[in-house]
Design a protein around this ligand. Structure first.
Ligand SMILES: [Ca+2]
Ligand SMILES: [Ca+2]
Ligand SMILES: [Ca+2]
Ligand SMILES: [Ca+2]
Length: 394
């Protein structure tokens, strides 16, 4: 098996989480909220300014805004730098992260897959690959807590995500030591323009988030994720029902996670896990679509550019996956230059029907009791961070 480095470069994507309901004239009859407190005569707003539809009349009699939209300036912080991303190795309950099937047990199809991969290909260590990518700066993820109360660093906020760089002087390598400076919250970063929309706002955000004492929560919402597989392509998937939960503390330099000691492998000795959890589900249709797109580039194996090589979908009792038996695959002429998938297409097709039996497809998202999505979860470790005087990299 070739090296499949599943680099979870959280090129995280956008949006969605908001039940950021605008006050409307039907429930809210006051003047427009323009500040952090409501100046009308109704119930006090506990949040930040309301950027929804302006109230049209004189007194506010509506309910409080539950998902305030911050008004403070972008890049004013506070920030967190993600200094470690951990992929669960076994999919055990303790490791990670959330229960998507309402049975009281956390679900992590990704962890199950990683565990299976580890058994099949012990030399492939996705966690080591990920650790190196974070330590050398190829994955540098920064979070801004927009609108978070400056003094208490608690209360409602939004989570804005940036891809960042520590190479402020532009010489091609990070300016500070990862292990001693960045992990300790002394890191200084610039935001990569690739993580910004045309108007300069972050592409990636959880609009509904909160720090309640020492617990950060965000989501649920859609979370587009970019997974670069070197030499192959960049996978774009959207994690649905995405949410974050983290045990955090505020320090002068920003928001830190508190590590968790969890004996995930059951050997009696706890391992150190990041205090943050990020999880959600990926519909299998998305994954099959990506694989079919890859297969369409396999002219070397005799595949037509418009062929539907893998036929998949919900059957009567499971999500079925199989390659079209009418398509002849001869991948012997494919070389490394054709990518991992083309050279292994017959292997992929031989393996495909077994996919539903691995326990990987574990969540039913459309209510017909047939699982159709893969649950995923990652552990995050974060430290405080700051932006450079010029916050956006050239
Ligand atoms: Ca469950
Ligand atoms: Ca540098
Ligand atoms: Ca252990
Ligand atoms: Ca289903």
């Amino acid at each position: 098996m070739k090296k499949l480095s599943l680099l979870m470069a959280l090129g995280l994507g956008v949006v969605g989480c908001g039940d950021d309901t605008a006050e409307t004239s039907t429930t809210d009859t006051g003047t427009a909220d323009t500040a952090t407190t409501d100046t009308g005569s109704g119930m006090a707003d506990t949040g930040m300014a309301d950027t929804g539809t302006a109230d049209t009349t004189t007194a506010d009699t509506g309910t409080v805004d539950t998902t305030p939209v911050p008004t403070d300036e972008q890049y004013s912080g506070p920030f967190s730098y993600v200094w470690r991303l951990q992929i669960p190795q076994s999919g055990t309950d303790a490791e990670c992260c959330f229960d998507f099937t309402d049975d009281g047990v956390t679900d992590n199809g990704l962890g199950t897959l990683i565990g299976a991969l580890g058994a099949i290909a012990p030399d492939v260590n996705i966690q080591t690959t990920l650790d190196s990518a974070v330590a050398d700066g190829s994955i540098a993820l920064l979070l801004e807590y927009a609108g978070l109360a400056e003094i208490t660093k608690t209360g409602p906020t939004q989570l804005w995500f940036y891809l960042a760089t520590n190479d402020i002087d532009g010489d091609g390598s990070g300016d500070q030591d990862w292990a001693t400076a960045l992990k300790a919250g002394e890191g200084i970063f610039q935001v990569q323009p690739t993580s910004l929309a045309a108007d300069g706002s972050p592409l990636i955000k959880f609009q509904s988030a909160e720090i309640d004492s020492d617990t950060l929560t965000a989501g649920p919402g859609d979370f587009p994720l970019t997974i670069p597989i070197p030499g192959l392509l960049t996978l774009d998937v959207t994690i649905e029902q995405a949410e974050i939960e983290a045990d955090v503390r505020a320090e002068a330099s920003g928001i830190f996670t508190n590590d968790a000691d969890i004996d995930s492998d059951g050997d009696g000795t706890p391992e150190v896990w990041g205090g943050g959890k990020l999880g959600g589900v990926i519909p299998v249709d998305q994954v099959i679509g990506i694989l079919n797109d890859l297969a369409n580039d396999c002219a070397c194996a005799g595949i037509a550019a418009d062929a539907e090589v893998i036929i998949a979908g919900e059957g009567t009792d499971q999500y079925d996956v199989a390659c079209d038996p009418d398509i002849t695959i001869n991948d012997s002429a494919c070389t490394d230059a054709d990518g991992v998938i083309c050279g292994n297409l017959s292997t992929v097709c031989g393996f495909a029907p077994a996919l539903p039996t691995l326990g990987l497809i574990d969540v039913d998202t459309n209510g017909n009791t047939i699982p159709d999505a893969i649950s995923v979860g990652l552990r995050l470790s974060m430290s405080g961070a700051a932006l450079a005087a010029t916050p956006v990299a050239p």
